[in-house]
Design a binder for this molecule. Sequence first.
Ligand SMILES: Nc1ncnc2c1ncn2[C@@H]1O[C@H](COP(=O)(O)OP(=O)(O)OP(=O)(O)O)[C@@H](O)[C@H]1O
Ligand SMILES: [Mg+2]
Length: 577
Amino acid sequence: MIEKARENTLKNYNPKIYNDAVSSLGEKDVQVVNFDITRAIAKVIMSMFGPKGLNKMIIPFSNEPIITQKGDKVVKTFKNRIPITLMLLDLVKTQEKNCGDGTKTALLLTAFLLEKTREMLALGIPPQIINRGFSIAMNKALEILEDNVIQFDFQNEHQLVDIIKSVMNHKFTYHNKESHIALIVETLKNNTDLFFKSHNFVFSDIIFRKVPGKSVNDSELINGMIIYKDKPNLSLPDKITNAGILLIQKSLDFFIPGNKELYPKEVEINSKEMLQEFSQFRNTYYGNLARLLKQKGVDVILCQKKIKPYFVDYCASIGIVALELVGEEDLKKLTKLLGVNAISSFSDLSNIKLGNADSVEFKKISGDEMFFIKIESSKILTFLIRGGIPPLMDELEEIFNGSLRVAIQTVKDKKLLPGGGALESEISQKLKDYAQNYSNTYQIVINEYAKAIENLPAHIIINSAAEPLDLIPQLRAAHSNGQKYMGFNCIVNDIVDVVKEGIYDGYFTKKQIIKIASELARQIIRVDSLIMVYNRKLYEQIEKEGKEVKSQKHQEKVRKYLNKKDESLFSDLYNTK
Ligand SMILES: Nc1ncnc2c1ncn2[C@@H]1O[C@H](COP(=O)(O)OP(=O)(O)OP(=O)(O)O)[C@@H](O)[C@H]1O
Ligand SMILES: [Mg+2]
């Protein structure tokens, strides 16, 4: 009886926890939103997947249109406030940041796992079981991945060329592939200390500068940096070897009001003579400073702020190149390149530290003058990308960036994996066998995970205009016969031994994909409601008013308490009287 009454009270008790600015979706609805949005984004990415995938043309809100083959760039354009979109964006960004490749695979695997989840939920399998089953399957998949590792030897040039080729395998590069592969191999071999021994190397130390003109084959690697700057004075030489470089953060325009360094007290000029005297002083000051810097070994000044034109000319007259308005990012990179800090005060010129470059040179490229700073054993590398039109150069940047990063990681790992879907087919086959060890429901979940992984080679086959219904059974048959390196080669559109044909995938890239895609799918499966502030202004107002109400209530309470006390105090007094 009491139980019943309690139940009824709970049923009728419906507290209003959402206000007018916040809405929520329950379990069924939120799952539909999450699965539908993932499916919609995956559909866009799907046709891009694999070496014969197609590109996307994107018109960003404020920039020039771009043509891209990269998954992360496409997902970025779908940015909105819906959590699932942001989670997918995070996934591709993390994959790109950590590996420089595998973004589309990561997104598609997540989407395939969620599609399987949708089917399993419809069968009545609880999300908790799917979540646990995916975790078991992921761990087993990673074990199977380890069993398929191929040892990589840096001295084996074939293997190195093959992994670079597999990552950059894209229709556009087919024409220029050889020279681009040679450029990456040369970059790796000439910078082993930087890539493999230096502790503070980060991938952003590889800069890409795109200059339209010439052909993509004229792209080159520069050990050092390039800054877009004109020669400030024609009397300066084009090239200086063994150059001392001074980096400066502050403005080299000293004669401005309020410069305490030069004028402890401000001087007022109120006559012609005083002006003449001041001009003379200013010229002498700039002249002396330029000579002093020359004595200290300065050949180049790179300044983040403005430099007074007089000073630029004084410097030029004694052979110093003074360049103003060097970008903040460039200056940061220059400090790393030259191993010195940028100075921010002229109070102690006896202690200035100069960076040293093997050479600095002004070069005109396609009508634009550029300043090259070269150092043989440089900590910063610059790819100068050439090409007829900007989209072509963008694509080349993506290709160089991805293949160089995977190659560096492969040399570090000393491991490779079979590509062309061979690994995915092997994982899928072995997982299906492994699922037999589990009871009914878990068996279904592990099997569905295996099928999701197998969808990856199926889509490379579809995008290569080959027939998955013929080729997937062939792949399955080969893998159940123990032929673990059988995969799909899109150049011949057939099932081949991918290791013999040199089609590889990066070890770190693939491992990362399996981990992050499975983890994200599991995270999404565990979500049972979506609570979202959809009217920010109203929400902020409620928050503000809420606080005021709180403080009013608090005041009221205090007042009541005090009044009560007073009454009792009076009554106490009265009583005692
Ligand atoms: N010759 C080939 N034949 C068939 N498949 C190949 C071949 N070369 C590479 N692949 C496969 O193509 C897939 C990679 O395709 P793609 O580069 O389009 O996607 P991604 O690396 O996930 O995305 P992104 O490069 O945009 O980050 C890998 O599974 C790889 O094994
Ligand atoms: Mg790729």
